[in-house]
Design a protein around this ligand. Structure first.
Ligand code: AGP
Length: 608
């Protein structure tokens, strides 16, 4: 949830550290800090509560060093404060540490270290790492040995970068559950918890595996395991465009990413439609027809919006392939001793590929002998590497905390999976062609919805002041309602509740009043009449209705309507969701929220 950067090379580390932290601020943003091994010896540290801009203002011009580490924090242990900000030092101020993750046995270690004389200056779990590494370093061993020995005593998750005033020719990093990426430059090396901090400097990266450490020097790196075995890692090339990391003239990353969806959908579909057989082409690991024909069930695992995208995916798979499919929050699945079946295909969904709950769910399935495919956006991420095969979304980097283009691309990827399964079972060529041409039409149809952004801004301003909002949809519309409610509450902080339209009369109808408007998904499908009846029930109780529909309902049934182009019924949810992204965005702007960095949230949740 936090961000790590580090630099070692001939240049001054501070400019890279500050710029890298600014790029990672979407991952954590309640405090920030940097440490450099000064040219005159010793470690200099600056850390502040607040944003990276506050840190930059606090760093003096003379704050220079060619080896440095930095951190932007999202508090887990202790309130946001200068003292709790990273880096953390040992008492001799020899060792500086930045850390993402949670040290579970921090209290126990803290008590032992304090008994040995360590004086703690923060409430964080991270500070124990500084004292622990310093205690081993004081025995005269190399920094990597001291870090390895210290981590041997730690229970929990971590991505760390460690600086030693007495060995400033190296930085030691380690990963266990929280990402660390090495960036390879010309006689200089970079480290970050996310490639977005690196792409301006290098495209050659190495993603550390869980349980792996690295000694990083200006002229290269060496990777090794916790039991000191050397590992051999080949760099990979990051192919995301540098422009993706700028707002590109938009007011917010979120608006930019919403507007990027025609292009990101095209990339998700790119080269994946075989028109002759009306199916995705046969390629990719573990996607051959014979083993897939044995599959009797599909279980989809993801968190938050990835879980809701999985719900849409499950419906697509059931409808097109007639295979029972179900989506479950990975965060629940991993704790409930799930039954793993040989003829079930497990599909893990994650934009970041680093969500700890989803990673743990994948590991649980694999530990019990199950097979997992990944639907992941971030190439080389932990979940992508852990899965047996899968589909990359190619949606491009998603910076805003709220997922939009990755959500849409995930549903498109599920449509491809469902089509593939369908066509190796009983989906007819005609139905296959129907879906293929509907998929190809999506980018232009998304553009049509995006063209209504100003009109939706007007509606958002009208509804944003409500005490809460109800989102309803029936069958295919229900996951759309869930995702729409999630987006609204996440970035505007307006309370939003999603319900199946069919369930309204079983309880929540009691909530309906002019103060609690309803966003109703009203596709022109076989359930249209049922949905219109529900609208009548809401209006009869003085409820206000904003319909998202293919045809404008009668004025007596809806106060406002956003019209969406019609796709094939199975793909309608995808387009019905786009106006809800704009509604949430414009409501958040109308309420003056920090759209890209909503309170209490971070982009990738790498803690339990
Ligand atoms: C989406 O808007 C949310 N920020 C959140 O629910 C997110 O989808 C979830 O944390 C999963 O993230 P992932 O896709 O990176 O695994």
């Amino acid at each position: 949830m936090c961000g790590i950067v580090a630099y070692i090379g001939p240049k001054d580390a501070t400019p890279f550290l500050l710029e890298g932290l600014a790029r990672l601020e979407y991952r954590g943003y309640d405090s920030a800090g940097v440490a450099v091994a000064g040219r005159t010896g010793g470690i200099k540290v600056r850390k502040v509560k607040g944003r990276v801009a506050d840190l930059a203002a606090a760093v003096p011009a003379r704050f220079k060093g060619s080896t440095g580490i930095g951190h932007t924090r999202w508090a887990t242990h202790g309130v946001p404060s200068d003292a709790n900000a990273h880096p953390h030092l040992d008492n001799a101020e020899r060792i500086a540490v930045v850390h993402n993750g949670i040290i579970e046995n921090a209290d126990e270690l803290r008590a032992k270290l304090a008994a040995d004389g360590a004086v703690f200056r923060s409430e964080t779990d991270t500070e124990v790492l500084g004292h622990l590494i310093a205690a081993h370093a004081a025995e005269g061993v190399e920094l990597e040995e001291a870090v390895r020995a210290a981590l041997g005593k730690v229970v929990g998750t971590y991505g760390i970068a460690v600086l030693d005033a007495e060995q400033p020719d190296r930085i030691v990093v380690a990963r266990n559950g929280s990402p660390i990426v090495l960036g390879i430059g010309e006689k200089e090396m970079f480290v970050a918890s996310d490639v977005s901090a690196l792409v301006r400097y290098t495209r050659q990266v190495v993603h550390l595996e869980d349980g792996e450490l690295a000694t990083v020097r200006a002229d290269g790196f060496r990777t090794f395991t916790e039991d000191a075995r050397t590992t051999h890692r080949q760099p990979s090339t990051v192919d995301w465009e540098i422009d993706s990391y700028d707002t590109g003239g938009y007011e917010h990353f979120l608006l930019k990413e919403i507007h990027e969806q025609p292009g990101s959908v095209e990339r998700t579909l790119g080269g994946r439609l075989d028109e002759r057989f009306a199916t995705p082409p046969r390629r990719g690991r573990n996607q051959d027809a014979p083993p897939l024909r044995e599959i009797r069930r599909v279980k989809i695992l993801g968190c938050g919006s990835a879980y809701y995208a999985g719900e849409m995916g499950a419906q697509l798979i059931e409808e097109l392939a007639r295979i029972p499919a179900h989506s479950e929050p990975a965060s629940e699945f991993r704790y409930r001793n799930p039954v793993i079946e040989a003829d079930t295909l497990y599909i893990a969904v994650s934009q970041s590929g680093e969500t700890y709950d989803t990673l743990a769910a994948v590991q649980e399935v694999k530990r019990k002998g199950g097979r997992v495919l990944g639907v992941v956006n971030t190439v080389g991420s932990a979940i992508a590497r852990e899965c047996d095969g899968g589909i990359y979304l190619h949606a491009g980097p998603e910076i805003s905390v709220a997922s939009t283009k990755a959500f849409t691309s995930t549903v498109v990827a599920f449509a491809l999976i469902a089509l593939h399964f369908g066509r190796i079972h009983d989906l007819s060529p005609a139905d296959g062609r129907r879906i293929v041409s509907a998929l190809k039409a999506l980018p232009d149809q998304i553009r049509e919805v995006l063209a209504q952004s100003d009109a939706i801004a007007g509606l958002a301003a009208e509804y944003a002041g409500s005490e809460g909002m109800m989102f309803i949809g029936r069958v295919r519309g229900y996951p759309v309602a869930r995702e729409g409610a999630q987006k609204l509450k996440e970035i505007s902080y307006v309370h939003a509740e999603a319900y199946p339209a069919s369930e309204l009369k079983h309880g929540p109808l009691a909530l309906i009043s002019p103060e609690l408007p309803t966003v109703a998904l009203v596709p022109d499908d076989e359930l249209l009449d049922k949905n219109l009846t529900t609208l009548g029930e809401i209006k009869a109780r003085s409820g206000r209705v904003l319909a998202v529909a293919h045809r404008r309902p009668e004025a007596k049934l809806a106060d406002h309507c956003i019209l969406v182009p019609k796709s094939e019924p199975e793909l309608d949810p995808l387009l019905l969701n786009i106006p809800l992204q704009l509604l949430a965005y414009h409501a958040a702007v109308a309420l003056g929220r920090d759209v890209d960095k909503p309170r209490n949230l971070a982009k990738s949740v790498t803690v339990e």
